[in-house]
Design a protein. Sequence first.
Length: 292
Amino acid sequence: MRLFTLLISALLLCCQAVQAQVRTYDEMIAAGELKVAVYKDFAPYSFEDAGQARGVDVDLAAALAKALGVRLTLMWAPAGENSTTTCATTSGASSQLHDLQLADLMMRVPYDQDYARKRNRLGELENSHVVMFGPYQNEQWQVAYDRRRLDKVASVAVFEQHPIGVEVDSVPSFYLTSVFNGMLAGKTHHYPGVPQAFAAMKAGEVDAVMAMRGEIDWQVHAAADPQVALAENAYPNMGKQRWEIGMAVHESNRQLAYAVEEALEGMIRDGSVKALYARYGLRYDVPEMYQQ
């Protein structure tokens, strides 16, 4: 599981040394181009297939650019793993992201208003350089299992006896190896990514896989195996189990945020976003903001 906040500020020019490079909305429209940062190799959200950019975020970014009357330029970002670091200011991160620092908009940002409003001990906003807006997806944890080896998943306790696959260094990994005093750790198998965990389930190495719902839906869709089922279990003693995904811009470019959010709302309300998700085999729940 990628946790996304490591790169947000760097991609949107958090560091004051490069703040002057932020394009205004008018400059972006005049250039006829919207530069959007998406995560690399992160199916079903953003990835390349035979040299073609694909994914929910790629398609949504293209639709938003079209609504603004400009062309889309994608900027591929490495996926961050550190959810506690919100501004990449170290020399290593800065050099790694040097070519990405002109993004106008970033996709797949956790939409957390408490985080956005967080203040330091002086009463100043800790994340004042970034504006998070436009929630377009609900995300949550999900287990998929093979009914040939596991009848049902009434509780995660079943994984004391049945092996389950997770991505290494992920939230599911930490959860399954620590919950119930670690009694599930012995049956928790680690893989480089969710696709490898699903391949292991297909090969019979594990009986289930836990990951984000979108990743699970994509793998289940690709497998087209009626014996692979989705569990409906709870996750006791787990922290946040459901969250919204949105977008971010640099704080100086709120006009872009307003324009993008207006276009996004129209696409959510007319069903275009739901249809876009369906093309990748993903379920879609309308974010709370647009349910009225």
